[in-house]
Design a protein around this ligand. Structure first.
Ligand SMILES: [Zn+2]
Length: 339
């Protein structure tokens, strides 16, 4: 077998018009990965001075899924899949974005297509999969962005097939996350990726569609009609969405803020009502005090009046003996003398 010429684009397959820019990227990435330093005594692997880590492919795919399925056995297979796939998508999406940023700086590129070009080549050299971009693709930095591509030799599909298991769902979620992260960083627009066909479930290829979140379902629907994918099958196509979760988190955070605001408002109202009650209580005490003082004053007035109007009569009491009392005295006197 002869070494491919420098002019052969052999790590990625792209439409003819994109070949020159991808060839340039391939040269750069090939040189980058040819400068390798492996130092197990220190536990260090470096390419062109940049440190890398090796991870066993199945540990990030089939084995992780099995472990999650076991751990969340009571949640059911679907939940375990969602949990492990969503985590893997987010991790891969973030790695894709970070790797892209790092390469843009190294390669000193600013054009979106030039930025995109190193992604698939880096993907191939890092052992994730090779990339085949289809001619129907239309990568551009706006709402009309559309990328349809295959990942032959996907490490994820391979991990499932090696275990002899056929799935009923696409499994190449890290592939989808990484490429959408890289392209998002290249074009400066939010992008999502759906794997519409997957070798792990018996399809001929691992095929992906990448588009802005608002357009992805229409693209999938159009593709499904062309590819004669059955409706029930089409419904099982995952759209791993960084944004969906972000939107849900934002909605939750916003609802939490609203609730906190409501609690603050109600607490304010309660404090206000409490203050009003305290003020009413103080006012009531003042009124009661005034009433008590008035009652006391009335009592004193009454006694003074009594004193002034009754006492003069009381002083004249010896001259005044009611008739019945006089009669009684006379009778008593008669009885005492025995007459
Ligand atoms: Zn796949």
């Amino acid at each position: 077998m002869t070494d491919p010429k420098d002019t052969d684009l052999n790590t990625v397959s792209v439409p003819d018009e994109l070949k020159p820019v991808f060839l340039k990227a391939q040269d750069y990435v090939r040189n980058y990965f040819s400068d390798v330093q492996s130092d197990p005594e220190k536990g260090v692997i470096k390419y062109s001075g940049e440190r890398y880590i090796l991870v066993r492919a199945s540990a990030m795919s089939k084995d992780l899924f099995d472990m999650m399925a076991l751990m969340y056995n009571d949640w059911g297979k679907e939940e375990a899949r969602d949990l492990s796939f969503n985590s893997l998508f987010d991790i891969a999406h973030s790695i894709g974005k970070a790797d892209a940023k790092s390469f843009f700086l190294k390669m000193d590129v600013t054009d979106p297509i030039e930025k995109l070009s190193a992604g698939p080549v880096h993907f191939a050299y890092a052992g994730w999969a090779s990339v085949k971009i289809h001619p129907l693709s239309n990568p551009r930095p706006d709402d009309h962005y559309y990328l349809i591509y295959d990942h032959p030799y996907s490490f994820e599909a391979q991990a499932w097939m090696d275990k002899g298991e056929k799935t009923d769902f696409p499994v190449c979620v890290m592939n989808a996350g990484y490429s959408s992260g890289w392209c998002e960083e290249s074009f400066g627009i939010p992008l999502v990726t759906a794997e519409v066909e997957c070798r792990a479930k018996g399809d001929r290829h691992c095929r992906f569609i990448m588009a802005p979140p608002s357009k992805i379902k229409d693209h999938i629907a159009r593709y499904s009609k062309r590819a004669y994918i059955k409706y029930e099958h089409y419904n099982k196509i995952d759209i791993p969405e960084f944004f969906k979760r972000k939107r849900l988190e934002d909605a939750l955070r916003s609802r939490k803020d609203q609730l906190e605001e409501l609690v603050l408002k109600r607490t304010d109202n309660l404090i206000k009502a409490n203050k009003e009650l305290e003020e009413a209580n103080i006012a009531m005490k003042v009124v009661l005090k005034q009433m008590e003082q008035k009652e006391q004053a009335d009592k004193e007035n009454f006694l003074t009046n009594i004193k002034h109007s009754v006492l003069p009569y009381k002083k004249r009491q010896p001259d005044y003996i009611p008739f019945d009392r006089q009669t009684f005295l006379q009778v008593s006197e008669f009885d005492t003398h025995g007459n």
